[in-house]
Design a protein around this ligand. Structure first.
Ligand code: LLP
Length: 421
């Protein structure tokens, strides 16, 4: 459920008309709803209410805007970070280091030092060489780094190949069958305190079965590790729960269904559970608001050319992702259309042969469910500036990232001496 609704025939976000935001800030612009963020955190937390003090670490990659992070920090969430940049953003937004976990296959020594200086809760290690490097870095600072190994359970998440992470051929984690050896080697490393096990098999999962299969494997590994004398105290079950994008599709499992499965599978585990939800917290809390530039007749269907493009919202061109496209002021008429951006490649397509509200030049449209992996994945292809972002709370709203001036795109480049006159 979200707080984007039609009032007197026009879309509002909470109590703010979309039209007012478009008028003031221009388009394209990402618009986020605080009430929706709060609701999703509440629902996720309620699903885990039976657990003792779980750590819910928001996957910052899904939406790293400082205002979004500060909202989630106020609600008590931690952060799952994958770079020094994300770590600093989380800390700056008020998320305590004691609630930060650092994931990712390619942490550098510099990033490890930064995270150790902040005293984060856990590093999720993805290989033995990484464990050795972290041990060295920690030992050189006179510290012991709290770590888990992310295991690769070889489970097919049943999601898009580009966001599946738990198959043995994927780059993530240590192979399940090598786990006991990797833990044994890590125990002898002076700079590590081996405290946990982690898993994350992919994103936008619409079936709980692969998650359950992975968690069952984690449970068996915890038993084996404890039997081998490892003091395993944490289990990080990752993120991955899907959200509804297409109203015509069956609903994905709810956070309540997910929580019930987690509680059932983990009931005897002698550990603190950790979670890294991203999309389920922010996905439906954001839309990309865009204006129709013109409508052009096509051979089969009209092309609705909007002022947002693949550089602003990459998901359709990258993963053939489906985003609902709604007119901000629907006339009531519907027809089939293709929705495309102005970028000069065919991949800059948001929808083909879509049954949608009939729109014309200057109308506003909203790309729904764009709060996760939207603005954060934007780029400046075709020399288009990064998309601004707005956060709404009740009847208040604020620009939380400005649209950079076009000049900034040009001034960032440097012409070397030998080309300057
Ligand atoms: N933990 C780890 C280690 C991850 O790699 C991810 C996402 C998450 C947690 C959060 O997963 P979520 O709950 O959001 O599914 N750009 C893609 C999604 C990439 C996900 C990458 N990892 C998309 O737009 O669909």
């Amino acid at each position: 459920m979200d707080h984007f609704s039609y009032v007197d025939g026009a879309m509002q976000v909470e109590q703010v008309p979309m039209e007012a935001i478009a008028q003031a800030v221009g388009t394209p612009v990402y618009v986020y709803s605080t009430a929706t963020l709060e609701r999703h955190v509440g629902v996720f937390r309620d699903g885990l209410a039976q657990l003792d003090d779980p750590l819910i670490a928001f996957a910052v990659k899904a939406n790293p805007n400082a205002a979004v992070l500060a909202t989630l920090a106020k609600l008590g969430l931690g952060a799952d970070v994958v770079s020094g940049g994300e770590l600093l953003r989380a800390v700056a937004a008020g998320i305590p280091a004691s609630r930060i976990v650092f994931s990712g296959v390619g942490k550098t020594a510099e990033e490890m030092r930064l995270a150790l200086d902040h005293g984060i809760y856990q590093f999720n290690l993805e290989s033995e060489p990484e464990a050795e490097m972290l041990s060295q870095v920690a030992a050189s600072l006179g510290k012991r780094a709290p770590v888990a190994f992310r295991i690769n359970p070889d489970v097919d998440a049943g999601t898009h190949a580009k966001i599946s992470t738990g198959k043995s051929e994927n780059k993530f984690g240590i192979p399940y069958d090598r786990a006991l050896d990797s833990y044994a080697a890590a125990r002898d490393l002076p700079g590590l305190d081996v405290q946990g096990v982690a898993v994350h098999i992919g994103s936008q999962l619409t079936d709980l079965a692969p998650l359950e299969a992975a968690f069952v494997k984690v449970g068996a590994l915890i038993d084996a590790l404890r039997a081998a004398g490892h003091d395993i105290r944490t289990a990080d079950l990752g993120g991955g729960l899907g959200v509804p994008y297409d109203p015509a599709q069956p609903l994905p499992p709810s956070p309540a269904d997910y929580g019930a499965m987690v509680c059932r599978v983990t009931q005897d585990w002698p550990v603190r559970l950790m979670f890294e939800p991203g999309r389920v917290i922010v996905g439906n809390a954001g839309v990309l608001l865009s204006r129709v530039i013109r409508v052009k007749q096509g051979a089969q269907a009209p092309f609705v050319i909007v002022d947002a493009a693949m550089n602003d919202l990459m998901r359709p061109s990258l993963y053939d992702a489906w985003h609902d496209i709604r007119a901000v002021k629907p006339s009531g008429a519907r027809a089939t259309a293709n929705v495309v951006g102005p970028v000069c490649e065919t991949g800059d397509t948001f929808a083909m042969h879509r049954d949608m509200d009939v729109v014309q030049a200057d109308d506003l449209v909203a790309f729904m469910t764009a709060g996760a992996y939207g603005a954060t994945m934007a780029g400046t292809y075709n020399s288009r500036p990064l998309t601004p972002e707005v956060l709404v709370s009740g009847d208040k709203w604020a620009v939380v990232r400005d649209r950079p001036p076009l000049r900034a795109l040009i001034d960032g480049d440097i012409i070397p001496d030998w080309l300057a006159d």
